[in-house]
Design a protein around this ligand. Structure first.
Ligand code: F6R
Length: 596
């Protein structure tokens, strides 16, 4: 949540830093989009322009493109402390307007710090936790700190919580300093510009090399170049890696929305998922087989994929595994021990609840398998084993291709546990091919269905076994981007309460492919139809009970979720568009949930 980027032009020919920052902010908007702002150093003057709205709206309103100077920092916000107002938008400055700060995270002890600063005569101009940082930095500098980097180090010792922030000082020709704790920050090296940002995606095309910061590390950028310091203030040597061009590509390829593009990328992503990960899959499989207890932990869509994963483990490898949602994981921490394997699943690799759970797991001596998509993420650093989805950047806030690839990874992992990885891969490739054919043919029909049903207020998604988790995911997609109430549940649970809500015309998505769950799910759908429900069947088999049939092809039984979730994503997409919602930027949400 919240995206930050800074740019420092290291020679006179670089284009104005604010322009590069603006480009980076557009690429970081998936992290939050309720306000945006830029601070640029023009000569000796620090100019701050910020407001509520999307990056491009603020850019037009305040001519951000035209801000001059070779140093700038920018922010795109997802509000935590303080409402969505111009005053609360970042950057925030000290009273003299000489230091600007952009911040991602939460300063938990900001109230106490604010009281101290107020007692010392500071006048606050926002309700944010962030604003304490520039004031503390200004005080540290006034107290004789020899450099902004040293002031940042001193101030961090007083901050509690999680943060990644950039400070830009107007003094001494301009200095930009970045630091992180439990939130990501990556340094990018371009031809004539140095970037520091929340994600490599921000500076992808503008930099050729990158170096992620670790907790407590500080980066300082001045006209003299880039320096790194450790938590004690000693200078560090840091290696850089090449920026992955494929990852950095955020082109929409002619699609009106990222979500649509990412839905249609799935056939290929499925076929390529886990390529080059055989060693990691086998190592993780051995760790799981040697464990006394196996627990998945994840949030949202990644949790739904994990719920499918536990069925794979049981069906394919006869291994029981539990799934604990990451926000509840801490309450089970006492039952973790060195014989536990925790499979932590997060496409962003930075979801705060998942990171917190993994910390507890490590403290208890448990073994951690990290399943991630974004390169150089926090969860990758924390895993004993790391399995990468490798499906490229997912920019739409609603997870689509990362869900499908997580499911594939668990399918392959279960096959690795029984030494049948090759067979698993062959099944997955076939599913990918079938999915390609399916998506081409479905789009128009789902658009029409969405147009017919866009006025409905409630949807229910039902399924059994692996299809129950798919039902939960289908419902989540619908509610998060089209703002319609939707519930996913095991089909057998319908009659234990929810049936009371069924009225004539209530839409029910019955997920009932030709597997062991088919007949019983059809019975449950029939019970609902007897109460007037409108049944949309998702299956390779027809049924009299269906009022509408989303026909999918037959596939190896456990892989049905890979074929039936993309049509449900597509349906949700068309519903959102039909209702005038922006599927890429659903209200109140952000893609990387870095607060608990
Ligand atoms: C829904 C969605 C969220 C995420 C959740 C976890 O479409 O995207 O529910 O799945 O915030 O995110 P990651 O996988 O990054 O930990």
């Amino acid at each position: 949540m919240c995206g930050i980027i800074g740019c420092f032009g290291t020679n006179g020919v670089a284009e104005p830093a604010a322009r590069s920052v603006l480009e980076g902010l557009r690429r970081l908007e998936y992290r939050g989009y309720d306000s945006a702002g830029v601070a640029a150093l023009d000569g000796c003057t620090l100019v701050v322009r910020k407001d509520v709205g999307y990056v491009d709206q603020v850019a037009v309103r305040f001519e951000l493109e035209d801000m001059t100077g070779t140093v700038a920092v920018g922010h795109t916000r997802w509000a935590t402390h303080g409402g969505v107002t111009q005053g609360n938008a970042h950057p925030h400055t000290d009273m003299a307007g000489r230091i600007a700060v952009v911040h991602n995270g939460i300063i938990e002890n900001y109230r106490a710090l604010r009281d101290d600063l107020t007692d010392a005569g500071v006048v606050f101009r926002s309700e944010t936790d962030t604003e304490v940082i520039p004031h503390l930095l200004a005080m540290a500098m006034a107290d004789g700190c020899p450099s902004l980097a040293e002031a940042v180090r001193k101030v961090c010792a007083r901050l509690q919580g999680s943060y990644a922030f950039l400070a830009l000082s107007a003094d001494g020709g301009g200095t930009m300093v970045g630091v992180r704790k439990d939130n990501p920050l990556v340094v990018g090296f371009g031809d004539s510009q140095i970037f520091v940002a929340s994600d490599v995606l921000a500076f992808g095309p503008m930099a050729s090399r990158m170096a992620p910061l670790l907790d407590g590390e500080i980066v300082e950028v001045t006209m003299a170049g880039v320096r790194f310091f450790d938590v004690y203030g000693s200078e560090l040597a840091k290696n850089s890696d090449a920026v992955d061009i494929v990852w950095a590509n955020t082109d929409r390829n002619g699609h009106p929305h990222y979500m649509l593009k990412e839905i249609f990328e799935q056939p290929r992503a499925v076929c390529e998922c886990g390529a080059g990960e055989d060693d990691s899959l086998v190592d993780a499989a051995l760790a799981i087989l040697g464990a006394r207890q196996v627990v998945f932990t994840a949030c949202g869509t990644s949790r739904h994929a994990s719920l499918i994963g536990r069925y794979f483990f049981s069906k394919i490898a006869r291994r029981f595994a539990d799934v604990v949602m990451a926000s509840e994981f801490g309450y089970f921490a006492r039952s973790l021990n060195p014989q536990t394997v925790v499979i932590a699943v997060s496409q962003s690799g930075e979801t705060a609840d998942v990171i917190a759970g993994v910390k507890l797991a490590r403290q208890a001596g448990a073994h951690v398998v990290s399943v991630v998509n974004r390169p150089a993420c926090l969860l990758e650093e924390m895993g004993d084993h790391v399995i990468r989805l490798g499906c490229g950047a997912e920019v739409g806030v609603a997870a689509t291709k990362t869900f499908t690839c997580e499911v594939i990874v668990f399918y392959l992992l279960a096959h690795a546990m029984v030494n049948r990885l090759k067979q698993g891969r062959a099944n997955v490739e076939r599913a990918g091919e079938l999915l390609g054919e399916l998506l081409q043919g479905l789009n128009g029909g789902l658009w029409k269905l969405a147009a017919d049903l866009k006025g409905r207020d409630h949807f229910y998604y039902i399924g059994r076994g692996v299809n129950f988790a798919a039902a939960m995911e289908g419902a989540l997609k619908l509610k998060e981007i089209s703002y319609i109430h939707a519930e996913g549940m095991p089909a057998g649970e319908l009659k234990h309460g929810t049936l009371a809500l069924i009225e004539p015309g209530t839409p029910i998505m019955a997920i009932c492919p030709n597997d062991e769950t088919h007949a019983e799910t059809i019975s449950n759908a029939t019970e609902a139809k007897a109460r007037g429900a409108f049944i949309i069947g998702v299956s390779d088999l027809p049924s009299e009970v269906f009022d509408y049939w989303i026909k999918i092809p037959a596939v190896s039984p456990l892989l049905y979720p890979v074929l039936l979730i993309p049509p449900l994503q597509l349906f949700a997409y068309h519903m959102a568009v039909a209702r005038g919602c922006d599927p890429d930027k659903p209200r109140n949400l952000a893609k990387s949930v870095t607060v608990k």
